[in-house]
Design a protein around this ligand. Structure first.
Ligand SMILES: [Zn+2]
Ligand SMILES: [Zn+2]
Ligand SMILES: [Zn+2]
Length: 142
């Protein structure tokens, strides 16, 4: 069994387990965000649903992965690239939801513009999901 994520788990004070390694393996090798049902399908019987749910929740709390809600309201998960920590996520990049292939992309280079709020409102986090046709689907129709 590949345990290449042991170091990362250790860094976040998490117990090194095979299921945690497997989840990180899947999330880090896919270039698009992955939903829990998709993860269940990919991982098969290796991890039961409850364990997977707990792993995702822990990873999110620890600043290892971030959650993106797609246009159907489904949660998708992607590995954090920036300096996310247990107390704060810094994934303030745009997310793109393709209406053709339904993939969710982390547009890491595209920062969320500064949002001004009415007096008395204080922002904690901002997420912005753009929907449209991705580059790959666009290339396919032409
Ligand atoms: Zn993050
Ligand atoms: Zn697409
Ligand atoms: Zn992202």
């Amino acid at each position: 069994m590949d345990r290449k994520f042991d170091q990362l788990l250790e860094k976040h004070n998490l117990k090194k387990t095979v299921p945690r390694n497997s989840v990180l393996e899947v999330l880090s090798t896919r270039e698009v965000a992955t939903s829990q049902p998709d993860l269940e399908e990919i991982l098969g019987k290796e991890i039961d649903r409850v364990t997977l749910y707990r792993i995702l929740k822990t990873f999110e709390e620890k600043g290892i992965i971030h959650k993106i809600i797609d246009m159907n309201g489904t949660a998708n998960y992607a590995v954090c690239h920036s300096s996310c920590t247990e107390s704060q996520h810094h994934d303030e990049h745009l997310h793109f939801n393709c209406i053709v292939c339904h993939h969710i992309y982390c547009l890491n280079e595209m920062h969320i513009p500064v949002i001004s709020l009415p007096r008395g409102f204080k922002s904690e986090s901002v997420s912005l999901v753009v929907s449209g046709v991705c580059d790959k689907c666009n290339a396919r129709v032409k």
